[in-house]
Write a protein that binds this ligand. Structure first.
Ligand SMILES: Nc1ncnc2c1ncn2[C@@H]1O[C@H](COP(=O)(O)OP(=O)(O)O)[C@@H](O)[C@H]1O
Ligand SMILES: N[C@@H](CCC(=O)OP(=O)(O)O)C(=O)O
Length: 377
């Protein structure tokens, strides 16, 4: 899918901007100058017709400084309390900054369950964001750190911003961090590392160039940004990583004058329900398939039939989300199964016409219908 950086920025109307903790914090707490500058730039761009949703980190980092802790506490309740303190100040700071331009802001705190458990909750969140956009209110989104524990976290805000871009069908995702893009190696340990201006395709080798080790205040490092880029670009949404501390970086990006790493869309846009199946839902298990089924899915646009299934992991019921994995362990697609894990174990390797005989019933020929499947690469 060849579409260049300039065209993507020129044609963008709805934009998700994510700002990392390192950009938003100073030695003594929140960096109010940066927040004032980002708010001014967002107001400038929205006056020129853009719709902008902001995903802002910074609650933990600013709470830590407010409480006066020199490092992040290990204990979960302390971390969550710290985020609660920081989030209040963060939103207040944005509210004051946007008020200078007569713009209202709204605080949206989400947990991963809000987007991944039921389609109804996902649509509720989406409807609220649509309403805010229609009112010209700037949504400021963060993870609800105070109530979530590690197992049910989005992981980090790079992932959350990708899910928001997919959910809102954004035209571009802008990730503002403390460095001007992806480098060929971790610049903290590799003096030869060079900035990469453009990535046409995200390969496994590229993922290896990025460390998952964040800066002192960040969470996912460069690796989580590349994973976010993979999610959105597969669904046809481009992403750019740029330096949030660069003067007027947002305005300059839209004028084609800022540095940054641009990840072009890998395919055309996919429908919202498919991006929900592929990227918001958490897989409950894996269905391992043979090469023939892999080719049928990837090259011929087919559904997954029982004959091509070799193995199943996990314990899930009919209707659950799973990942479809090839013999080399590559995650090819995500989909909703028509049969439970136990049933799939009994019919794998069999022809569809044998399903009734094996199970005593047959509701579907397909184990995963193409309409309920999203390719992941
Ligand atoms: N290949 C790489 N290219 C650029 N930065 C990298 C790379 N590998 C690791 N990093 C580090 O990732 C950091 C950004 O990640 P992180 O601290 O999580 O940012 P944020 O808080 O903005 O999400 C950079 O400061 C940089 O030191
Ligand atoms: N929800 C957390 C942000 C976690 C996070 O992903 O941070 P970052 O890597 O700086 O974007 C907070 O507000 O502190």
């Amino acid at each position: 899918m060849e579409i260049d950086r300039k065209t993507c920025f020129d044609q963008a109307r709805r934009v998700v901007v994510k700002v990392g903790s390192g950009v938003l914090t100073a030695d003594d707490g929140l960096n109010t100058d940066v927040i004032a500058s980002l708010s001014r730039q967002i107001c400038h761009l929205t006056r020129n017709g853009l719709e902008i949703l902001l995903v802002s980190s910074g609650a933990m980092a600013s709470g830590q400084k407010k409480i006066g802790l020199d490092r992040r506490p290990e204990e979960i309740p302390k971390r969550q309390a710290m985020a609660a303190v920081g989030q209040a100040g963060l939103i207040l700071c944005y509210e004051n900054a946007f008020a200078c331009y007569n713009r209202q802001v709204a605080q949206i705190l989400l947990t991963s369950d809000d987007l991944s458990v039921s389609r109804r909750r996902y649509l509720n969140a989406r409807n609220t964001l649509h309403t805010l956009m229609a009112w010209h209110v700037v949504p400021i989104i963060n993870e609800n750190d105070t109530v979530v524990v590690e197992e049910i976290k989005f992981g980090d805000n790079d992932n959350l911003s990708a899910l928001i871009a997919l959910m809102m069908n954004a035209d571009i995702l802008v990730n503002l961090t403390d460095i001007d893009g992806l480098y060929t190696g971790d610049p903290r340990t590799d003096p030869e590392a060079r900035q990469i201006p453009e990535v046409a395709r995200i390969t496994r080798d590229l993922e290896k160039t990025a460390s998952g080790l964040p800066g002192v205040l960040g969470t996912g490092g460069m690796l989580s940004k590349i994973r976010a880029a993979r999610k959105v670009t597969v669904a046809g949404i481009p992403m750019v990583i740029a330096n949030g501390r660069e003067e007027d970086v947002l305005i300059r990006l839209f004028e084609g004058r800022a540095r940054g790493t641009f990840f072009g869309p890998a395919h055309g846009r996919i429908p919202n329900r498919k991006s929900w199946i592929g990227f918001a839902l958490k897989p409950r298990g894996e269905v391992i398939i043979d090469q023939g089924a892999a080719r049928a899915i990837l090259e011929k646009g087919k559904s997954l039939l029982s004959g091509g299934i070799r193995d199943v992991t996990g314990d899930f019921g009919a209707g659950s989300p799973v990942h479809i994995v090839d013999p080399d362990g590559r995650h090819l697609a995500a989909g909703l199964v028509n049969y439970s894990a136990t049933e799939i174990r009994r019919i794998m390797g069999c022809q569809s016409c044998q399903i009734s005989e094996k199970l005593g019933h047959k509701s579907y020929d397909e184990v995963i219908h193409r309409n309920n499947m999203t390719l992941l690469g």
